[in-house]
Design a binder for this molecule. Structure first.
Ligand SMILES: Cc1ncc(COP(=O)(O)O)c(C=O)c1O
Length: 489
């Protein structure tokens, strides 16, 4: 057996031996039962200490690649699929997982597959994904924070940790909520894996056959899927330019009381609408009168960069019927998966119990690093930078739309923050497939259909500017304008 070790590599010699022997077994070059050289022999051959070879053999044994018995040569272990690379083993499983999949999960699979096909195409400017532009992320500062907390408290942080979330981060969030007029104690905060988990826990907490949840129409498509999975019915309440139509909500509530109202008062996804303080008060009053709790999704709470900040509904909540879901995903890093719920203790306790039995607790190192990052002021600094950047980007978007899109072809409302512009398109006999039509003009947007609980009559598109700079926005929206012009020529 001829092994070649590389002196220049930083990988320890024992690992180099392990990897080379393993890859030979995987490729079939070393067969089951074949003898390997003794530790002494191989050590002499490679000019190493015997213990280095022994360490490699021990690890190969521990990983199940070889047999070791006292006084005998090591041998390659017999495997079920000798000679086949592991990645090829069981490539054609015969068990049909489809027959044990529930109906809602099977439907989710279809949606999931359709989303997977949506990778951005080259030369196409995409306004699809709602995710912070990686060019703007303060990755270095976060890396420093992660390294610092791991150096200082690594062992402790690699344990399970507090079920309701890392204490110092909950304290920080309680203070941060106060800036938005929400008075919350750390015990009234549950850290979640993004706000998606907050929605999931809340829907599961209230789920019961026949129950419904009032949602804005259109709404966040993934929330509709979660409702479906929990067996809850969406009670669609149309949006007008002010937000959820409160008369329609009251009329629906009188007919059948929903178990919850799910709302996004700031930069609603997908319409980008922000509701007024009066609308928020009225919605809260209505829910108080009917005894219906509210799940307020503040996913872009801090991205208000035009005009005056409006306090969340939770800040007006006198009776504790509002649960507020926040997240660090939209302005900062979605990859750290940190969101939270702020609600009265009686609600938090129930959500925490549910989360404990589904995924035990959130990952501590990320929470501790985020806490350190925020306490050092990096988050505030990043946020004010994002306000400056996106103020300009949104202005560029609005300017280009005004120049390139004739109001006869499409209607839209100018947002006062966030990343989204929602457009209602005038139907065109020339275009059946809008997605393809836009793609031929080199631009991608999200079609609005997934945001409705039932098929919509009109065509809507969502334009998201989070990933594009001013130049790309101007070019992409000019292409959109040309696509609309062609549709109505
Ligand atoms: C309205 C809304 N709520 C919640 C989420 C979930 O985000 P995350 O789980 O990353 O916090 C999203 C993600 O796009 C969203 O658009």
């Amino acid at each position: 057996m001829l092994l070649k070790l590389d002196e220049a590599l930083r990988t320890p010699k024992s690992i180099q031996i392990l990897e080379q022997v393993r890859s030979r077994i995987e490729s079939g070059a070393l067969r089951a039962g074949e003898r390997l050289p003794s530790t002494r022999h191989l050590a002499e051959q490679l000019g190493l200490h015997r213990s280095t070879v022994a360490t490699a053999y021990q690890e190969l044994w521990a990983q199940g690649w070889i047999e070791l018995s006292p006084g005998a040569h090591p041998r390659v272990r017999a495997r079920i699929h000798p000679g086949k690379p592991l990645s090829k083993v069981a490539a054609k499983p015969s068990f049909d997982w489809g027959c044990v999949t529930s109906e809602p999960a099977a439907e989710l699979l279809q949606v999931h597959r359709s989303l997977q096909g949506q990778g951005a195409t080259e030369h196409v400017i995409s306004f699809r994904r709602l995710e912070m532009d990686p060019r703007l992320l303060p990755t270095e500062s976060f890396r420093n924070s992660l390294q610092r907390v791991m150096r200082l408290r690594g062992t402790q942080l690699l344990g399970y940790g507090d079920r309701e979330g890392y204490g110092p981060l909950r304290e920080y969030l309680a203070r941060r909520m106060q800036r938005h007029g929400i008075s919350a104690q750390p015990e009234e905060i549950l850290i979640t894996s993004g706000s998606q988990q907050a929605l999931d826990l809340m829907f599961r907490m209230i789920a019961k056959p026949g129950r419904s949840v009032a949602v804005e129409l259109p709404t966040y498509g993934y929330a509709l899927q979660l409702l479906h999975l929990a067996g809850l019915k969406p009670m669609g309440i149309p949006m007008n330019s002010e937000g959820m139509d409160l008369d329609a909500l009251e009329a629906s509530m009188r007919k059948q009381r929903p178990a919850l109202v799910y709302t996004m008062p700031n930069f609603q996804n997908p319409t980008g609408i922000c509701t007024s303080p009066v609308h928020r008060e009225q919605l809260l009053g209505l829910c108080e009168r009917h005894g219906v709790p509210i799940l307020e999704d503040g996913f872009e709470e801090e991205m208000k960069y035009f005009g005056k900040v409006v306090q969340p509904i939770k800040a007006l909540d006198r009776t504790g019927l509002v649960a507020y879901a926040g997240t660090f995903s939209k302005v900062l890093f979605p990859g750290i998966r940190i969101g939270w719920v702020t609600a009265p203790r009686s609600c938090i306790e129930r959500l925490a119990a549910l989360r404990t039995f589904t995924d035990l607790c959130p990952a501590q190192p990320m929470q501790a690093a985020l806490h350190e990052f925020c306490e050092r002021g990096h988050y505030d600094l990043h946020l004010s930078r994002m306000h400056r950047v996106f103020r300009k980007r949104m202005q560029a978007a609005i300017r280009t739309l005004r120049q390139c899109v004739d109001p006869a072809w499409a209607q839209w409302q100018e947002p006062n923050g966030g990343f989204l512009i929602w457009m209602k398109l005038k139907a065109s006999p020339k275009v059946q497939d809008w997605e393809r039509h836009f793609a031929t003009h080199g631009v991608e947007v999200t079609l609005g259909q997934a945001a409705f609980a039932a098929p919509a009559n009109d065509v809507f598109i969502r334009i998201c500017i989070s990933l594009t700079d001013e130049e790309q926005i101007a070019e992409g929206l000019q292409r959109l304008g040309r696509a609309l012009a062609a549709a109505h020529a």
